[in-house]
Write a protein that binds this ligand. Structure first.
Ligand SMILES: Nc1nc2c(ncn2[C@@H]2O[C@H](COP(=O)(O)OP(=O)(O)O)[C@@H](O)[C@H]2O)c(=O)[nH]1
Ligand SMILES: [Mg+2]
Length: 362
């Protein structure tokens, strides 16, 4: 079998965590599987580095959405499938996660007929972001233009996944599942916890047994609502090296302080981030990962260092609801203040900051 599927969903919905868990599960139960991290960041994605550090085979396609780099995607799939003998490959889809049906599924079917079996198109959702649709009156500190993105994902998906059910009661889970069934009547609905592994067996079995529907709903791609949503978002990516002046320091505390400073400055400026990823790795491979999922939520610690560190490489990737220049200033300031507080010297390898709409990479 040579099966490929796209795992889409909103920023922070759990695509990476879900693909990592599904790759592991597939490897244990069925055969060889791999995942591709795709982002509009230019290189060295936190997602790919984190997955690999956790022992999950992952490669990256960077710089723009897989929607616009079909040849690169096909090269990668051929390498992963024909040469490395993976049976099942998943790729995610940058932040906005819309348009994969026509730009990936239909393109692969038309331009490479019969080469890849296409598994159902999966969209991850999670309770807090679904509140944009289920509680339109709630003050979520996110622009209402983003509702287009969530609605469109539900319009397109073959499989709607409710993730993070570990944060919900059974009754709440049922309420969200019912909502997904109503909003996406064409889709199969699964309730899972990617973090705890709940419900993933059934999801992976479904993807093995079913084919993509190859529906092609009109999502007004590139239209007014699409542009309005896109123009609320800017991307900031940085890779830097930081070293304490003497002895060692607590790398986890550094990442938390940095994440908290970004949150504080975003809040002060009335801006927000649906997802900011902080990944850090030392020369001997010890690593840590934290995620900020919005100014109203605590920092999530996905992985801690096993011991104090003296130096580390840090990657930040974020799509945030903020103008590009302000976002750059906020994160640069947060890095400078945190490094000063921890008496660290910082050198930047790479930095980019741009408006998602202007860059045209999504
Ligand atoms: N509570 C909970 N958190 C999760 C779950 N899956 C992912 N997360 C967290 O949600 C955040 C975003 O996850 P990630 O996989 O990076 O989302 P992506 O942006 O869609 O790839 C991280 O802090 C994860 O640890 C889950 O099943 N339960
Ligand atoms: Mg991800």
């Amino acid at each position: 079998m040579h099966k490929f599927c796209v795992v889409s969903g909103f920023l922070g919905a759990g695509k990476t965590t879900g693909m990592m868990a599904m790759t592991r599960l597939y490897n244990e139960k069925y055969g060889k599987a791999a995942m591709i991290s795709n982002d509009i960041a230019a290189k060295g994605l936190a997602d790919m580095q984190y997955a690999n550090a956790c022992g999950v085979v992952s490669t990256e396609l960077t710089g723009e959405c897989i929607c616009y780099q079909t040849e690169n995607l096909v090269d990668r799939l051929r390498r992963l499938m024909d040469y490395e003998k993976n049976e099942f490959v998943m790729s995610d889809h940058p932040g906005f996660g819309v348009g994969a049906l026509s730009h990936v599924y239909h393109k692969l079917a038309a331009e490479y007929p019969g080469e890849f079996e296409l598994a159902p198109f999966v969209v991850f959702t999670e309770p807090e972001r679904l509140r944009l649709l289920t509680e339109p009156e709630a003050e979520l500190h996110l622009p209402e233009e983003l509702r287009y993105v969530l609605r469109t994902q539900l319009l397109e998906c073959d499989v709607a996944v409710l993730n993070k059910i570990d944060t919900l009661s059974e009754a709440e889970t049922q309420r969200y599942v019912d909502f997904l069934r109503t909003e996406a009547p064409h889709a199969a609905v699964f309730a899972v916890s990617a973090r705890e592994g709940t419900g993933l067996d059934a999801l992976v079995a479904y993807l093995r047994e079913h084919e993509a529907s190859m529906r092609d709903p009109d999502i007004q791609y590139g239209g007014e609502a699409f542009a309005a949503a896109m123009s609320t978002i800017s991307q900031y990516d940085i890779q830097f090296y930081t070293k304490v002046c003497c002895n060692t320091f607590d790398g986890d505390a550094y990442l938390s302080a940095l994440g908290e400073k970004v949150r504080e400055l975003l809040r002060l400026n009335g801006r927000n981030t649906p997802h900011l990823k902080l990944f850090a790795v030392t020369g001997n491979g010890d690593f840590a990962k934290q995620d900020l999922l919005g100014i109203d939520y605590p920092l999530e610690v996905a992985h801690r260092f096993s011991s104090p560190v003296s130096d580390m490489s840090v990657v930040i990737n974020t799509s945030s609801v903020c103008e590009e220049q302000l976002l750059g200033e906020i994160i640069d300031t947060a890095i400078a203040m945190t490094s000063q507080a921890f008496q660290c010297e910082t050198s930047v390898y790479y930095r980019e900051c741009f408006g998602a709409m202007a860059a045209g990479r999504l």
